[in-house]
Design a binder for this molecule. Structure first.
Ligand code: PLP
Length: 401
């Protein structure tokens, strides 16, 4: 959790600025707020780090994805290609804007593959919710031609990849809209928060209104504002934005430190037979929040996880069995269970969600174990971790009789 690793006086000062004005609301109250606009400053910082022309902060990464989809023009009945490996929020967001998720295969990049997308494309496909997983990036050289050829709406969920890029362009900026999460577990945290980025003003304005009950935010009298559209409350508070602003400014340094630590860990683990790593379409663009290692197969990976637990090794994720990140555990999603009916249930699902055929994704996630990289690790700590990981893998792959 690099964001929370570097938490300090600057965050406290920014929060204190807000406490002193007592204005926690991001809009209006111009006179009382004494020039303190933390949400705006957070957005400016995200623009600086990403190079986006527009940025809009909201209450979470989840509401950022929902807003990103809606502002990109995705709505009721639209078919949207999604990965089976993501935080479940990406799929929930598609369902909550009324659209129909269509699951496609990922590959060793841990993201949707061009091949997987092509397999499920139909004339009904409206868009893709492309998720850049585990600090890395999808192969944009292969995916963008499909987007262009089929005139698809691309929305990027870079919830786990703030600071990552592909060939010099930050992930999140390839699509109509892109978004990042600033929850407690991310490279930069606001406590809770999310930011959408885009390069056109009309989409930005739509996102700004949609995430605040449709308010047009013109003038300084909230009660008299027009509402060009129906929206909802996805607003971020000034307190959260104050923290997000400082944390965002730390990201370039965190990415650099993460990469240095990951490089050493990879170098050490490469010596152990049976360990390989997830592919990076652009190794230079890695945000390096995770070391994503593959074992030869699912059975071996599960046995290695058991060894890690026995050895007291922590800080890793085995996504194949965790409850949030892989489709195998999303019984509620597959069953379309919610408090009331989801539009997809009424309109008809494009796939039989309980009988999806995604062998490549099963195989890839089955043998994947990810370690969170800490930017504050010392070289000794990395050496010790690598030694412990290797010992566990060797125990499984070369059992002692
Ligand atoms: C890829 C991805 N998208 C969206 C989200 C949702 O973000 P939040 O927790 O800020 O709502 C997450 C959170 O883990 C995520 O990993």
């Amino acid at each position: 959790m690099p964001g929370t690793e570097l938490f300090g006086a600057e965050e406290r000062k920014e929060v204190n600025d807000v406490m002193e004005t007592g204005i926690f609301f991001r809009y209006n109250h111009d006179a009382q707020r004494k020039g303190i606009w933390k949400a705006k400053e957070f957005e400016e910082e995200v623009k600086k780090v990403t190079g986006a022309q527009y940025a809009h902060a909201v209450s979470s990464g989840s509401t950022a994805v929902a807003t990103a989809l809606a502002a990109a023009g995705i709505g009721t009945g639209d078919e949207v290609i999604v990965p089976p490996f993501t935080y479940v929020a990406s799929v929930e967001a598609v369902l909550f804007v009324g659209a129909k998720p269509v699951f496609a295969e990922i590959d060793e990049s841990l993201c949707l593959s061009a091949e997987g997308i092509k397999k499920v494309l139909t004339p009904k496909t409206k868009g893709i919710c492309l998720v850049h997983m585990c600090g890395g990036m999808a192969n944009m050289d292969e995916i963008m031609p499909i987007v262009q050829e089929h005139n698809l709406v691309l929305v990027e969920d870079a919830g786990q990849a703030f600071g990552a890029s592909f060939k010099g362009i930050k992930v999140g900026l390839f699509g109509k809209t892109g978004c990042y999460s600033f929850d407690f577990f991310k490279i930069a945290t606001a406590g809770e928060g999310g930011v959408l980025v885009m390069n056109d003003e009309a989409t930005y304005k739509l996102a700004d209104s949609y995430s605040d009950h449709g308010h047009d935010h013109i003038g300084n009298n909230r009660g008299m504002e027009e509402h060009p559209i129906v929206g909802f409350n996805y607003r971020i508070s000034e307190i959260h934005a104050a923290i997000g602003k400082v944390q965002t400014a730390r990201v370039p340094e965190i990415v650099q430190r993460n990469n240095k630590n990951k490089k050493l860990l990879v170098e050490l683990l490469s010596k152990t037979e049976g360990i390989s790593f997830a592919t990076l379409a652009d190794p230079e663009g890695d945000s390096a929040t995770f070391l994503n290692m593959f074992l030869p197969d699912t059975t071996t990976a599960k046995a290695v996880v058991d060894e890690f637990n026995k050895a007291g090794i922590t800080g890793f994720n085995y996504w194949f069995t965790n409850m949030y990140h892989f489709i195998n555990q999303w019984h509620h999603v597959k069953g379309l269970k919610t408090a009331s009916a989801l539009p997809v249930e009424v309109l008809g699902a494009p796939q039989d969600y309980n009988n999806l055929d995604l062998p490549k994704s099963q195989e890839v996630i089955g043998r994947l174990i990810s370690f969170g990289i800490r930017c504050t690790w010392t070289e000794e700590e990395i050496q010790a971790l690598a030694k412990n990981i290797s010992a566990c893998v060797e125990k499984v792959l070369v059992p002692v009789n």
